[in-house]
Ligand binder design. Structure first.
Ligand code: ADP
Length: 486
C-alpha cells in the first residue's frame, strides 16, 4: 500500500518513543486491515505496559525543555505541522480511507479539520494570559499564571483517526505539555503519519510519543497508574471512559472525556423540510453513521411526518455505497464485524417492536461490513436504538405532537453531546436551544464541528471542551500568586 502513496515514508509500521521508531519488546505485531476489502495493509507493534512506561519516561524527560520554550517557538512547530498536513493531504486521506473505510472526500475533509486544530492552537498558544487581581489587603498584590499540566496521555478512537488526535495534541503541545498517545488498534497509521510530520516539523524527541497495540487495557492501565502522567484525555465509549476515569481517581489525574452521545434531531412542523432533510443526511450518514454527534433519534412532528419521511427516503436512495477509495462513494463500510452486529441487533429489535423499514434494513449486497442505508418509520422510545447509539447508517423516525413532549423525549437519556432541531420560529429556537440537555446544539444545521467552537458533552457524554478559546484550559493549571510586603 505504501507504494501507492506519493510519499511512502508516511506509512510507518513502528511506534514512536523518545524520538526513536521502535518495535514491540517481544517483536509481536498486530495486523491492520482495510474494512472495505479485508486486505491486510500492514502491521503495527503490539506494545504493552513496558513500552508505555518508557514512552511516559521520555515525555517526562522532554517536558522541562518543551514547557520552557516561548509560546512563539512552540507555535512555530505547530504551524509547520499544520502546513505539512495540508501539503500531504492527499496521501494522508488515502491512508485514512484505507484503514478506516470512510469516503476519500470525507478523509480529505478530516485532514483539513485536523490541521485546523494545529493552526488554531498555534495561534492560541500565544494568548495563554493570566490575570492581575485587585488585592484583598493594602500590602498585597495578586496575579494568576497558566501553566501546562505536565505529561498528557491521550487515547483516541477509530472513527476520526486524525482529528481526534489533533484535537488533543494541538492544545497540549501549545500549552507546553508533552504527550503519550495510543491510537485505536483499527486505525493507527493516521496517528503514526502525524508522528512523522511532527518529526519533520522539528518537534523535539520525546515531546510526542505514540504507542500501539491490541491490549488497550494494559496500555491504558500504565497511563492511568503512572504518577508521571498528570492528565488523561480520552475520546471513546462511555463505558471505557468511566473505567479510565475511575482509574485516574487514584492519582487525582486531570481528565478530559469525550464520550458517546444519543443525539436527538427534531423537525418541527414549521421547519424548512428540504433544509431539514439536507441536515439530517449530513448528520446521520456522515462516516456511515459512525460519529458521536450523529443524529441517532429523529423526532418529526405529526403534520410533517409523512412529507419528511418521503423526502428523506428519496435522499437516502441516492447514496452511493462502496469502497471509499473507489470513485464517488458516499457511504463506506462499517469499521468491523462487531459494529455490523450492533446495527443488525438494533434494526432487528426495532422491527420486532413495531418499526417499519421504508428503506434498507439489511446488510448490503456488497458483503463484508457494508450495511444498507436504512430508514425506519414508527420508532418508539422502548426500542434499543432509542437508548443507545446505533453508530451505523440507520435513521429511525419517531413521531411527536408538541414541543413539550419532544423536549421530554429528547432529554430522556443519560447522555448529552449534540442535539439538532429545525424550526423557523425565533422564539422556539431560543426556547429549545436552552432546554436541550446537550453540550452542542445545531439550530437549522446538521453540521456543527469546527475548531473555533467548544466541543464537548454534558451528563454522561463527558467532561471538558475541545477546540475554541476554552480548549487550552483543559491542558493548563491556574496558579494563584500572592505577593505580600508591598
Ligand atoms: P469504540 O467503540 O469507539 O471502539 P472504545 O472506547 O472501545 O470505543 O475505544 C476508544 C479507544 O479506547 C480505543 O483507542 C481503544 O483501544 C481504547 N480502549 C478500549 N478499552 C480500553 C481500556 N480498558 N483502557 C484503555 N483504553 C481502552
Amino acid at each position: 500500500f505504501a507504494q501507492s502513496l506519493s510519499d511512502p515514508g508516511l506509512l510507518r509500521t513502528r511506534g514512536l518513543v523518545g524520538g526513536e521508531w521502535i518495535d514491540a519488546d517481544a517483536d509481536a505485531t498486530c495486523e491492520v486491515t482495510n474494512p472495505a476489502t479485508g486486505a491486510v495493509l500492514g502491521t503495527i507493534p503490539d506494545m504493552g505496559a513496558g513500552e508505555t512506561r518508557r514512552a511516559i519516561d521520555a515525555a517526562h524527560a522532554a517536558f522541562p525543555a518543551w514547557s520552557r520554550r516561548t509560546a512563539k517557538e512552540r507555535a512555530d512547530v505547530l504551524k509547520r505541522m499544520h502546513r505539512l498536513m495540508l501539503e500531504h493531504q492527499d496521501d494522508l486521506a488515502r491512508l485514512m480511507t484505507a484503514e478506516q473505510g470512510k469516503p476519500l472526500a470525507e478523509s480529505k475533509g478530516e485532514i483539513a479539520y485536523c490541521a485546523a486544530y494545529l493552526e488554531w492552537f498555534a495561534e492560541e498558544a500565544r494568548r495563554m494570559y493570566g490575570d492581575t487581581i485587585p488585592g484583598h489587603a493594602a500590602d498585597k498584590r495578586i496575579m494568576t499564571l497558566r501553566q501546562p499540566v505536565g505529561v498528557v496521555a491521550a487515547i483516541t478512537p477509530w472513527n476520526f483517526p486524525s482529528a481526534m488526535l489533533g484535537r488533543k495534541i494541538a492544545p497540549a503541545l501549545a500549552a507546553g505539555c508533552t504527550v503519550v498517545c495510543k491510537p485505536a488498534t483499527q486505525t493507527p497509521y493516521s496517528a503514526l503519519a502525524l508522528g512523522v510530520l511532527a518529526e519533520r516539523a522539528g518537534l523535539p524527541p520525546g515531546v510526542l510519543n505514540i504507542v500501539t497495540g491490541h491490549d488497550a487495557a494494559a496500555i491504558g492501565g500504565e497511563m492511568t497508574g503512572n504518577a508521571k502522567v498528570r492528565k488523561l484525555s480520552f475520546t471513546g465509549s462511555t463505558g471505557v471512559g468511566k473505567k479510565l476515569m475511575a482509574q485516574c481517581a487514584e492519582g487525582m489525574k486531570r481528565v478530559s472525556m469525550e464520550l458517546g452521545g444519543n443525539a436527538p434531531f427534531i423537525v418541527f412542523d414549521d421547519a424548512d423540510l428540504d433544509a431539514a432533510v439536507e441536515g439530517a443526511m449530513a448528520s446521520k450518514f456522515r462516516n456511515t453513521g459512525q460519529t458521536c454527534v450523529c443524529a441517532n433519534r429523529l423526532f418529526v412532528q405529526d403534520a410533517v411526518y409523512d412529507a419528511f419521511a418521503d423526502k428523506l427516503g428519496a435522499a437516502i436512495a441516492k447514496l452511493r455505497v462502496g469502497d471509499g477509495l473507489a470513485g464517488a462513494t458516499e457511504q463506506g463500510p462499517l469499521i468491523d464485524a462487531k459494529a455490523l452486529e450492533k446495527v443488525e441487533e438494533h434494526v432487528a429489535d426495532a422491527l420486532a417492536k413495531g418499526a417499519r423499514a421504508a428503506m434498507g434494513g439489511r446488510p448490503h449486497a456488497l458483503g463484508g461490513t457494508f450495511y444498507e442505508p436504512t430508514l425506519l418509520l414508527d420508532a418508539t422510545p422502548g426500542m434499543l436504538l432509542a437508548r443507545e447509539e446505533t453508530f451505523g447508517p440507520v435513521a429511525p423516525l419517531f413521531r411527536f405532537a408538541s414541543e413539550d413532549e419532544v423536549l421530554a423525549l429528547a432529554n430522556d437519556t443519560e447522555v448529552g453531546l449534540a442535539g439538532y432541531f429545525y424550526t423557523r420560529d425565533l422564539a422556539r429556537a431560543y426556547r429549545v436551544a436552552e432546554a436541550l440537555e446537550c453540550g452542542i446544539v445545531g439550530v437549522n444545521t446538521g453540521l456543527v464541528s469546527t475548531e473555533v467552537a467548544p466541543f464537548g458533552g454534558v451528563k454522561e457524554s463527558g467532561i471538558g471542551r475541545e477546540g475554541s478559546k476554552y480548549g487550552l484550559d483543559d491542558y493548563t493549571e491556574l496558579k494563584y500568586v500572592c505577593i505580600g510586603g508591598i
